[in-house]
Design a protein around this ligand. Structure first.
Ligand SMILES: [Zn+2]
Length: 483
């Protein structure tokens, strides 16, 4: 039997606000433990929360970027449960009346077609504190300490829709997560650094016989941060659930955990439902009326989104879409490209040099584009020199490596090391004559009309001139002499 897969995400994103969601303690993940706390975020009796307006701005900003409706009224609710990192005994979240609902995020699906993944809701909630165990794992620890610096840091929860255009495969799930992260970084509400837990997901998955409209029981895997582990867990679950259904065994609704070493999921507990949390409106926080002008102001300052940027770069610079997709994946890269393009006429060449040569150097040095030691001005002057014949492409690569190491300007490096391309045709001809004399058999083949050995002769001239001969000019000279 064939099965359909349905995957859902509840993604928690740490917002880039200066202060926490309900108090003026700083958000600072690097600070020593418990140095950014106060009666509000440690849940002291009688302390009253005051909502951070910037967090509301960011929630609505995300909603607009994901084509949601902004609700006129929003309300916070208490989600009750006990855990040592939650001093109040409840988390302030939203239940009824989240900020935004009914949006979508467009991905390219498995059939290479645009697919608008349904977004059910976006709401704000506070993060919990962090447990620090005395050993590597909880089981091996003698004791655990609690750091409340993270307590009440604003989180945005983005929930996909199960019924309206859900994710249907592991590869679509990956496309969704990558695109979501890209958009949130573009609109500047979060850095989404996965390693720092700023972008983490509860993942749920169910399968059902192909074409069926009833939902199967879901398993949920909580608090996943690594994309690779999410994909591994989903792939494992598809196989596990299919195996159970095929053998006629029951498939319970449950929360499972992912064993990173074995790459399998294991049962943890039966899944809790909303009633288990006894949600009720937080009496300390009034219901919010969202002003239309406030929303319009945010809409007015929404920056260009990734898809819009792709279309504009294709239109403005005439670069093939597949390359533009690479350039715009990381906003910093596309910003770098556009800063260079202002000084550079040959944009296709510029794009190639960024996505091939510059990317290679950045990767080798484990440096992000933001920290790139080569300035857009210097990079574009280097790229401009090659079509003018001032240096060859081969020398260009050497110069770029030196620029990357030393932060020197390309002109300085070329002058100091005598790397300028050989302009003197007489000199090139002399070198070529030597090469032809040393390779008379190959020259004879070219004379007889073979074209392939020409590249060999060009290579020999390049070798003798340490890469300073322009291969296009050498090719012209070979053709003049031998054909
Ligand atoms: Zn505080």
């Amino acid at each position: 039997m064939e099965y359909d897969t349905i995957i859902g995400f509840e993604t928690h994103v740490e917002l880039k606000t200066k202060t926490k969601l309900f108090c003026d303690c700083l958000v600072d993940s690097e600070a020593p433990p418990n140095t950014h706390t106060c009666p509000v975020c440690t849940g002291q009796p009688g302390a009253l929360p005051v909502l951070n307006k910037k967090a509301v701005d960011y929630a609505i900003r995300a909603g607009l970027a994901l084509h949601c409706t902004t609700n006129r009224h929003a309300r916070f609710a208490r989600k009750n449960y006990f855990y040592p990192d939650l001093p109040k005994g409840y988390q302030i979240s939203q239940y009824e009346r989240p900020f935004c609902e009914n949006g979508f995020l467009e991905i390219i699906d498995d059939c290479d077609q645009p697919y608008a993944v349904g977004i059910k809701r976006i709401h704000l909630e506070e993060d919990a504190g962090k447990l620090v165990h005395s050993a590597a794992s909880f089981e091996e620890s003698e004791y655990s300490l609690v750091d409340y610096n993270r307590s009440s840091v604003p989180l945005l929860e983005i929930v996909t829709d199960h019924e309206r255009n859900p994710l249907r495969s592991v590869s679509e799930a990956r496309a969704y997560l990558e695109k979501l992260r890209q958009i949130l970084i573009y609109i500047g509400i979060s850095d989404c650094v996965i390693e720092r837990g700023q972008f983490r997901c509860d993942v749920n998955i169910s399968i059902r016989p192909k074409g069926s409209s009833e939902f199967g029981n879901r398993s949920e895997i909580k608090n996943m941060a690594s994309f690779r582990f999410i994909m591994d867990a989903l792939e494992y679950e598809v196989k596990r659930q299919q195996g159970l259904l095929q053998s006629g065994k029951p498939l319970p609704q449950e929360t499972r955990l992912f064993d990173e070493g074995k790459r399998i999921t294991l049962p943890m507990r039966s899944k809790e439902d909303a009633p288990d949390y006894r949600y009720f409106p937080d009496p300390d926080l009034v219901e919010l009326e969202i002003d239309r002008i406030f929303v319009e102001k945010i809409q007015g300052t929404l920056p260009e989104l990734p898809d819009q940027k792709v279309d504009r770069i294709i239109e403005d610079y005439g670069i093939p879409k597949k390359d533009v997709l690479v350039l715009t994946k990381d906003k910093a890269v596309s910003d770098f490209f556009e800063s260079c393009a202002a000084h550079c006429d040959d944009r296709k060449r510029l794009c190639n040099w960024i996505i091939k040569d510059l990317f290679r150097l950045l990767k080798e040095a484990s440096v992000s584009t933001v920290e790139c030691p080569v300035s857009p001005e210097d990079f574009s002057s280097l790229v401009n020199m090659m079509p003018k014949g001032e240096i060859t492409d081969q020398i260009g690569r050497t110069v770029l490596e030196i620029m990357f190491e030393t932060r020197q300007q390309p002109e300085t490096i070329i002058e100091d090391q005598g790397l300028r391309a050989i302009q003197d045709t007489g000199l090139l001809e002399t070198v070529l004559d030597d090469v032809i004399a040393e390779n008379s058999d190959i020259a004879a083949q070219i004379k007889e009309g073979e074209t392939r050995p020409i590249d060999f002769l060009i290579g020999q001239v390049m070798r003798k001139t340490s890469g300073k001969a322009d291969p296009v000019r050498v090719r012209g000279l070979i053709q003049k002499k031998l054909t």
